[in-house]
Design a protein around this ligand. Structure first.
Ligand code: GLU
Length: 293
């Protein structure tokens, strides 16, 4: 399988200019390194009717193209189940019956990093599990035997972050993002992950999980987010930030493409044209402030 990069939006609503900028950068990273570029719709959770079609339409409008068909996570449950079964057979998972509230209120384990699962259900006896199963369905957690892991990032260098017993499958049966993303990237031959740097803190967990599944860890590049004029992460409430809204204000998809390209110092006109000038090292690490229209 040839190597690939990807863009993996969650179809929870329309993409805003920050998501579109990440897509452009992921495309540039992949194409400038001779990789295929794949599109995966992460629709296990938070999918909204019509959002996928709008997202694909907007990507096309700014010139982002992808190879092959669109892959949807809801079509791939057997792959996730197989991975979870492998972990289970290796003794690397356990059932967890905690509610969110119980987790918040539990005393944290000694030396455990903040926000890490306190391990309440890690060592339940079979009888305790049976009793709890009668009350509520179990989530499946990873049995991690490290507390942190280090990843390399093209933009951030070496990054160390928390690895805890994170959820692989929620107690409503939905596969967790951290498991699905690792399994999908490997199955699709994705060896370059370019995405927003809000996901950098999850990356050590994902890289650790990949190592347990004997999956090669991809190259990571976590790109800066986009902020509003108040220095806060850009959101839908910040005026015209989706292509549809910008279109109503007279700003076309091509205009947005050019604004995004110039935000990273690239020439306007087309993504192919910008590609020739693109160097990952030229990317500013600071967030970019959306100039607004
Ligand atoms: N689906 C995730 C999001 O839209 C991105 C996942 C990823 O790129 O790994 O936030």
């Amino acid at each position: 399988m040839t190597s690939a990069g990807r863009f993996a939006p969650s179809p929870s609503g329309e993409l805003h200019v920050g998501n579109l900028r990440t897509a452009v950068l992921a495309w540039l990273f992949a194409r400038s390194t001779g990789r295929r570029f794949l599109l995966r719709v992460e629709d296990l959770d938070r999918a909204r009717a019509g959002a996928e079609a709008a997202q694909l339409r907007d990507l096309v409008a700014i010139g982002v193209s992808w190879d092959g068909g669109v892959v949807r996570q809801t079509d791939r449950e057997p792959l996730y189940t197989a991975a979870i079964s492998r972990l289970e057979s290796a003794g690397l998972s356990y059932e967890c019956f905690c509610t969110r509230r119980e987790i918040q209120e539990a005393p944290s384990a000694p030396h455990a990093p903040q926000g890490a699962y306190p391990g309440t259900c890690r060592n339940l006896s079979a009888a305790e599990r049976d009793a709890k199963r009668a009350v509520r369905p179990a989530a499946i957690r990873l049995r991690a035997d490290v507390a942190e892991a280090t990843v390399d990032d093209v933009l951030h260098g070496s990054y160390t972050g928390v690895v805890d017993d994170f959820v692989l499958r929620r107690n409503d049966g939905v596969t967790a993002y951290n498991l699905a993303v690792v399994v999908d990237d490997a199955a699709q031959g994705v060896d370059q992950v370019v995405r927003g740097d809000d996901l950098l803190p999850s990356t050590p967990r994902q890289a650790y999980l990949a190592s347990l599944l004997n999956i090669p860890v991809p190259e990571y590049a976590h790109v800066p987010l986009i902020l509003n004029a108040d220095g806060i992460r850009l959101a839908k409430r910040d005026g015209a930030v989706t292509l549809a809204e910008l279109g109503r204000a007279g700003v076309s998809g091509e205009d947005v493409r050019d604004i995004l390209l110039s935000s990273v110092g690239l020439p306007a006109g087309s993504l192919d044209h910008a590609l020739a000038a693109f160097r990952p090292a030229m990317l500013p690490l600071q967030p970019w402030v959306w100039p607004g229209v």
